[in-house]
Design a protein around this ligand. Structure first.
Ligand code: SF4
Length: 317
């Protein structure tokens, strides 16, 4: 039976600005976690720096508020150490696609079972509204002295190119729809990316709730839209191209919904389990480091069996 959304609320005061999109995202989190009946002791939210970085403080599960751009690196360590945990990253577009862009790409390549939820508002809100990597070139929000001079990153296309096996976009003001996307992303086995369009009521006077209200449409309104990969190879490539093409839509119509979903690609956990069959049942910190007689395992610990690729063998000359 599903738990109650209120079970996941902490009593910490939310200090986001009035009308901030983060409130809609939080409402979707509480409902999604309740409907999935997530075990708070087996769920971890990891955040970076920015307004979205406060998310773990407001949700009653394990939480880590980490460094700027390093949320995915922390999340990767947590998930690899204990694959039994649900690990969910909440970070901003500046944090994930600016300083954290290398980690963002690396997670897609690994297909590790982590969900990344990006609070995408086009600005660095916590530091007074500088242009972030998703603000289009030439736009001048109210806190910029001059129009933005850099081209924007297309987050959906970058996620597809990096290898994420679930790629979707939601909108913070459509909380019920967003909740369903969060549930699908969390249930997906593999690296999942959910781009959440979020008005920053204080610093972004272009991408307002009114702006999005006129433009967002749901991909699944088209009964022929099918993002699910059923077979690796040709069909998979076709689905990636279809998703990439849709990701280019922006000015007049902005698609939300699932762009791409591929349950056929093995996860990093699958690969690690081949090397160490007990990997999923016995998290790394609980794996033995010595034999029954007390002698150390040294080169045969679980860690060295999993990550032998990283051991450099130097030949004596
Ligand atoms: Fe929200 Fe923008 Fe205020 Fe940050 S600065 S809390 S993103 S409205």
């Amino acid at each position: 039976m599903a738990s109650n959304p209120n079970d996941f609320r902490t009593d910490i005061w939310m200090d986001w600005c009035p009308s901030c999109g983060n409130y809609g995202i939080s409402a979707a989190i509480y409902k999604a976690y309740a409907e999935l009946n997530l075990n708070p002791t087996k769920t971890v939210i990891v955040s970076g720096i920015g307004c979205s970085g406060k998310t773990p403080h407001f949700v009653k599960v394990n939480g880590v508020h980490t460094l700027h751009g390093r949320s995915i690196a922390f999340a990767t360590g947590i998930k690899v150490a204990n694959p039994q945990l649900k690990v969910i990253v909440h970070s901003g577009d500046g944090d994930l696609l600016g300083i954290g862009a290398g980690h963002f790409v690396a997670l897609g390549r690994r297909n590790l079972d982590i969900t990344v939820i990006m609070h995408d508002n086009g600005v660095y809100g916590l530091t007074k509204g500088q242009a972030s990597p998703t603000l289009r070139k030439g736009l001048k929000t109210k806190s910029l002295a001059e129009p933005n001079m850099f081209n924007a990153v297309n987050p959906i296309a970058l996620a597809l190119a990096s290898g994420y096996t679930f790629v979707a976009r939601g909108y913070s003001m459509l909380s019920e729809h967003l909740k369903d996307l969060m549930k699908s992303a969390i249930q997906h086995k593999g690296s999942a990316f959910l781009d959440v369009l979020q008005p920053c009521a204080t610093y972004n006077d272009i991408h307002t709730a009114e702006y999005y209200r006129k433009r967002v449409y749901d991909l699944s309104d088209n009964p022929e839209w099918d993002p699910m990969v059923k077979e690796q190879g040709r069909e998979e490539i076709g689905k990636i191209l279809q998703a990439w093409q849709r990701s280019l839509e922006w000015d007049n119509r902005i698609p939300i919904g699932i762009f791409y979903q591929n349950p056929k690609t093995p996860t990093l956990e699958d690969t690690l389990s081949e090397r160490l069959p007990s990997y999923r049942e016995t998290p790394l910190p609980q794996q033995p480091i010595s034999r029954e007689d007390g002698t150390p395992l040294i080169d045969q610990t679980a860690f060295t069996r999993l990550f032998s690729d990283f051991i450099v063998k130097v030949k004596k000359v």
